[in-house]
Ligand binder design. Structure first.
Ligand code: LMR
Length: 340
């Protein structure tokens, strides 16, 4: 008996040394094969995008800070859940972390539309000031009532317009065209205001919709246009910088509450570092990939002059009035303060 107990003890201690554990036991769905604490992080874009790279950076930092005992397993390209499914999957604890574009959160609460107001931000610094300041904070707080813990904003950048019916120079040029858009009422209203027809479709279906001629165009950041090769099936691209696109990184509140203080601390530290890193990286990547599109394709690119951009601003200005009540005066004022 003594011998068998010793053997079991030696094997057990050897196992513990080989695979140091964080703080077991975890919930079944979070326990890795080697006893690590696992968080599944699902997103819909490619790996060579701001969100793809930020998710990988976050995973690397968590691994480092936890000595390998906490693992963030990233599922890119909508391989686990599409943008239409991921919020419910998070609520149902099928996945532990997601980072949907903030435009898609207007299905949770319409105040998120503040970030989609046309020309809300004039440059990357203004984005950072907005989403890491009071506006971004209030929006993350608003997730609490949904049982969601908002962790951070990861900006991607500015949206541009691609289409096969161009060139698009004045806002009137969009009239009668079909566009794939994200799931967002305010974006739907924006295209409606310009006389265009907007279809809310998943990100993953966008390339095919364009390729098969089911839509004329779409709006997106350069990194999405580049990494999903939209530029290869579109004839025209207009650098409008007319709207913001970025992500709210989130976790199910119950999953968050179940973690130990130590784990929460590690996740928060890694999130803070990743967020600062993403602010620089997102801009750099969008600029690099614009150069690559220019180098590798014959897509016709028109960059709006300041005078042309003013025409777009004036044309879309009524959206601010239309959405004031829906978004709420507090966030509208925060945004106006930012523009001063
Ligand atoms: C889109 O659906 O076009 C974007 O939100 C995709 C993304 O997550 O960047």
């Amino acid at each position: 008996l003594f011998l068998s107990i010793s053997i079991v003890l030696v094997v057990y201690l050897g196992y513990q040394n080989l695979f140091p554990q964080a703080e077991p036991p975890y919930d079944d769905d979070q326990e890795g094969l080697n006893g690590q604490l696992i968080f599944k992080f699902s997103h819909v874009v490619a790996e060579n995008t701001p969100k793809g790279q930020a998710a990988a950076k976050f995973a690397e930092l968590v691994d480092e800070k936890s000595n390998g005992t906490i693992q963030i397993v990233v599922f890119p390209n909508g391989s686990l859940y599409s943008d239409i499914e991921e919020i419910n999957a998070l609520k149902d604890e099928q996945v532990h972390m997601i980072a949907p574009s903030t435009s898609k959160l207007d299905m949770l609460s319409p105040e998120w539309g503040v970030l989609d107001l046309p020309f809300a931000f004039s440059e990357y610094d203004a984005i950072a000031e907005g989403v890491h300041g009071p506006i971004g904070e209030k929006l993350l707080q608003s997730l609490q009532k949904e049982g969601i813990k908002g962790l951070a904003h990861w900006p991607n950048g500015f949206k541009q317009i691609t289409t096969n019916k161009g060139p698009v120079i004045s806002p009137e040029d969009l009239a009668g065209q079909n566009f794939r858009i994200m799931q967002s009422k305010i974006i739907q209203a924006q295209f409606g205001m310009l006389g265009a027809i907007a279809q809310q479709e998943s990100f993953n279906s966008t390339f095919k919709l364009i390729e098969e001629g089911k839509v004329d165009g779409e709006e997106n950041t350069i990194s999405n246009i580049y990494s999903r090769k939209f530029y290869t099936v579109q004839k025209h691209m207009t650098i409008t910088n007319h709207g913001y696109l970025g992500y709210a990184v989130m976790m199910n509140q119950d999953v968050w509450d179940r973690q130990s203080n130590k784990t929460q601390q590690i996740l928060l530290e890694a999130m803070k570092e990743t967020t600062a890193w993403n602010d620089e990286n997102a801009q750099k990547l969008n600029e690099e990939q614009l150069a690559l599109i220019k180098e590798n394709s014959s897509i016709e690119i028109h960059e709006l002059s300041q005078a042309e951009q003013r025409q777009w601003m004036e044309r879309l200005e009524p959206l601010y009035k239309e959405y004031e009540e829906i978004i709420g005066s507090e966030l509208m004022e925060d945004l106006q303060d930012l523009k001063k």
